[in-house]
Design a binder for this molecule. Structure first.
Ligand code: HEM
Ligand code: HEM
Length: 220
């Protein structure tokens, strides 16, 4: 994370703030929901291991003298899975609406708030030999890649929600949705690590800038 010195304690003077209200609202709601989606997967496949519940139920019942094969108990464990999937689907629909909102925000941002302007500003600094700015350009491009990853997640997720209409590509979408999750995890881990590192090294105030908007980009 390389954009130097946009300390939140400095007074905001002229020009639009670095991060528009729209981007800030989108950022925090979206990050909460993406983390929530990852939690649903963690609970389904790691914490509860829903697929292994039926054999466990069967063993416990056998201890009490009730003999029911795991297959007869699958219905019970799928109740648990369905409850978690319902939350995943509703959070997914919210993420989809938010992505559409992010597109609207990108058209409403002013001057230096626009991603293209931020990249141009960093590129100009990098051309003068600023190595932190060079890294900053890469970070900005990584955000663009993340938006594409998120769009793939949303598109394949929505196809899975309406799978009845997309039977022929349902399986393919499931695979893509699953594999893309690893890109989401990689981004989230690198991003949170990068933001914390930037906060304590070359960009103090970067996190509060995503809360209060930060200084105008030209002064950063
Ligand atoms: C699932 C979790 C997260 C996702 C998906 C995410 C995604 C993003 C994206 C796409 C941007 C670029 C916004 C833009 O300018 O278009 C961004 C910027 C930013 N995020 Fe996150 N974020 C997450 C979590 C966090 C957390 C936990 C923090 C703080 C600790 C954080 C702090 C920031 C900051 C400070 C920026 C601005 C960086 C800059 O201006 O270069 N993010 N985030
Ligand atoms: C961005 C974070 C997201 C992550 C990490 C994520 C992860 C996953 C994973 C790993 C699966 C299991 C796929 C499989 O069974 O092979 C899944 C299923 C699914 N996801 Fe997502 N997803 C995300 C976003 C979304 C979005 C935006 C939607 C759109 C509404 C969505 C809708 C679904 C649906 C409908 C299923 C199938 C549920 C079922 O089998 O009953 N997901 N997701």
């Amino acid at each position: 994370m390389a954009t130097p010195n946009y300390s939140a304690s400095s007074p905001v003077t002229a020009g639009p703030k670095r991060n528009s209200v729209g981007v800030r609202i989108w950022h925090w709601i979206n990050s909460g929901l993406v983390l929530f989606q990852l939690m649903t997967i963690l609970f389904l496949f790691v914490v509860l291991k829903v697929k292994g519940l039926a054999p466990d139920f069967s063993k416990r019942l056998a201890e009490k003298g009730i003999n029911m094969a795991p297959d007869q108990l699958r219905g019970l464990s799928s109740v648990v899975a369905h409850r978690i999937w319902d939350w995943h689907i509703w959070a997914g629909i919210l993420i989809s609406i938010l992505l559409a909102y992010r597109v609207v925000v990108s058209f409403r941002q002013r001057g230096s708030q626009r991603t293209a302007a931020k990249i141009a500003h960093l590129q100009a600094q990098a051309a003068q030999g600023d190595t932190a700015a060079k890294k900053g350009v890469l970070v900005r491009y990584s955000y663009r890649v993340f938006y594409v990853v998120l769009a793939v997640m949303v598109l394949t997720g929505l196809i899975l929600v309406f799978e009845d209409y997309f039977r022929s590509i349902e399986h393919l979408c499931k695979e893509i949705h699953e594999v893309t999750m690893y890109a989401v995890i990689a981004f989230v881990v690198a991003h949170i690590f990068g933001v914390f590192r930037a906060e304590v090294t070359d960009a103090p105030g970067i996190v509060s800038g995503m809360i209060n908007g930060g200084k105008p980009a030209e002064q950063a």
